[in-house]
Write a protein that binds this ligand. Structure first.
Ligand code: FAD
Ligand code: SF4
Length: 464
């Protein structure tokens, strides 16, 4: 079996969708003059197509105009009224495929950098004294299961409507993927803590280390504990595996496990902080989505000399943000496109000694609409790596649905909800975010939490 030489020849950066400010600004953010200058480029289109690309419909032209005129308080208030997590979304939202992809300016020039303006305004707001105070005037108490973006946003919206809310979170700290998945270098924990602090200032209570379905059942929440309604935002945290020989070897782990160990055990501060995560010299990450890019860049920060992306399709089919891909290229990640893992090779001592792969070629589109990868006969080779991290997708954790009668799910384990009200098959139990859609995005989860809060409010009003 030939051993593939690992040379450093990263693929050229794709040009489509890359703009000058992706390179220049992403790590240091805008200053006030630069933000105003960028905002003045906005045409304030009558038909603001950028808004159609925003899942929570931020009133973009008005927001951008306020930045252009220096009304940062007004811009911040407008932004927050539509998007409850602006400092986070300004950093992690895929604007290039949402609002900015539709911007009229993009027909001839670069689109207005809406995402960078969002981040600038949200960061400015963080430098101001908080203006929120609790106003919990209603008697019906609401329980939220899961403190990811869906649960946090739902809780905030309900607290603003006057409801006392308690979030139950399985882990020892709130934030969901924002805390245990997305690394510090992309989303500083201080920003997440600040957003969560605002919710607590509104009166939202957060009970950590409580697994609903194990520590407390959903029925107990509704019956013995007397909650008037429950929102489930438990995400899609169960990793998929390849099912190939050798996956049980030491040195193979899911990206979820790897990132959780680093994020929650401060592995990102290596070598100042100690952490029980394997720091391999050569690491292969299987997959090419945002999770894969986060895992591979984290492996580099933990000291890997070689960090590889292994993906069975080509760069044209990868789902990672162009910005994330570009950063990975800049940092020296090696990309092995059209490469399908067949077996994790044992080094003879129960540890990973390599990854046996096969070269692929692309055929006709499959059910997902993407070109189907087909094996090239006689093309097998071994990548010499000591660690294999799998980032090939996740599904909802079945713990809650298995321990709760009457919660209907689809064949992927996602909760079924009424599209209009977000109510599940159980009366008074609502759901949203990745637990319903499968792995998606922060803003879609936040939008679902916001809509569900409105539905819960309407349902409780109707009960009166
Ligand atoms: P989650 O964020 O998964 O939160 C669910 C919470 O529920 C967790 O805290 C979990 O511990 C808790 N929970 C689960 N079960 C129970 C239970 N039984 N009892 C109590 N608590 C429970 N999206 C983007 O838009 N941009 C990005 O750049 C991006 N990067 C990503 C990088 C990584 C590594 C990953 C994994 C995802 C990324 N995503 C990104 C996707 C995005 O983070 C998710 O779509 C989003 O976090 C989903 O929010 P959620 O609230 O539905 O679930
Ligand atoms: Fe401004 Fe672009 Fe939206 Fe037009 S489409 S209002 S130019 S951000």
């Amino acid at each position: 079996m030939p051993i593939k030489r690992l040379d450093k020849t990263p693929m050229p950066v794709r040009q489509a969708g890359l703009r000058a400010h992706d390179f220049a600004e992403v790590n240091r953010g805008y200053g006030a003059a630069q933000a105003a200058f960028e905002a003045e480029r906005c045409l304030r289109c009558q038909d603001a197509v950028c808004e159609d690309g925003c899942p929570v419909r931020v009133p973009i032209p008005e927001f951008v105009h306020r930045v252009a005129t220096g009304d940062l308080r007004g811009a911040a208030d407008l932004l927050r009224s539509a998007n409850p997590l602006p400092a986070i979304c300004g950093r992690v939202c895929p604007q290039e495929s949402q609002c900015e992809s539709r911007c009229s300016m993009a027909r001839r020039f670069e689109p207005v950098a809406i995402g960078h303006l969002e981040r600038f305004v949200a960061d400015w707001e963080r430098s101001q004294p908080p203006t929120v105070a609790p106003n919990l005037t209603r008697s019906e108490r609401i329980a939220i299961v899961g403190a990811g973006p869906a649960g946090l946003v739902c809780a905030g919206a309900l607290a603003r409507l006057g409801y006392p809310v308690t979030i139950y979170e399985a882990l020892h700290a709130p934030g969901g993927v924002l805390r245990y998945g997305i690394p510090e270098f992309r989303l500083p924990k201080a920003i997440l803590d600040w957003e969560i602090g605002l919710l607590q200032a509104l009166g939202v209570e957060i009970a950590c280390n409580v697994i609903i379905g194990k520590t407390i059942t959903l029925d107990a929440l509704m019956n013995e504990m007397g909650y008037a309604a429950v929102f489930i935002g438990t995400g899609a945290g169960l990793p998929r595996f390849l099912g190939i020989p050798g996956e049980e070897l030491n040195g193979v782990m899911s990206a979820n496990e790897f990132l959780t160990r680093v994020n929650l055990m401060r592995g990102f501060e290596f070598p100042e902080a100690d952490t029980p995560v394997q720091r391999a010299r050569r690491v292969a990450v299987v997959g090419a989505g945002n999770t894969a890019m986060d895992a591979v860049r984290t492996a580099l920060r933990l000291g890997a000399e070689r960090a590889l992306i292994v993906y069975r399709r080509s760069d044209q089919e990868m789902s990672a943000r162009v910005e994330e891909y570009h950063h990975a290229v800049e940092e020296g990640v090696e990309f092995h496109w059209l490469t399908n893992p067949l077996e994790v090779v044992d080094d003879g001592h129960g540890w990973v000694g390599g990854l046996r792969c096969q070269q692929m070629t692309l055929g006709e589109p499959d059910a997902s609409g993407r070109a189907r990868p087909l094996p090239v006969a006689g093309s097998e080779f071994v990548l010499p790596v000591e660690s294999v991290i799998l980032a090939i997708g996740t599904t909802p954790n079945p713990l809650l649905t298995r321990t709760t009668a009457g919660l209907a799910t689809n064949r992927h384990g996602c909760l079924l909800v009424d599209e209009r009200t977000a109510e599940t098959s159980r009366s008074g139990v609502f759901a949203g975010g990745d637990a319903v859609t499968g792995a998606a995005t922060v803003i879609l989860a936040a939008g679902a939490g916001k809509r569900a809060a409105q539905s819960i409010h309407e349902a409780l009003q109707a009960r009166r």
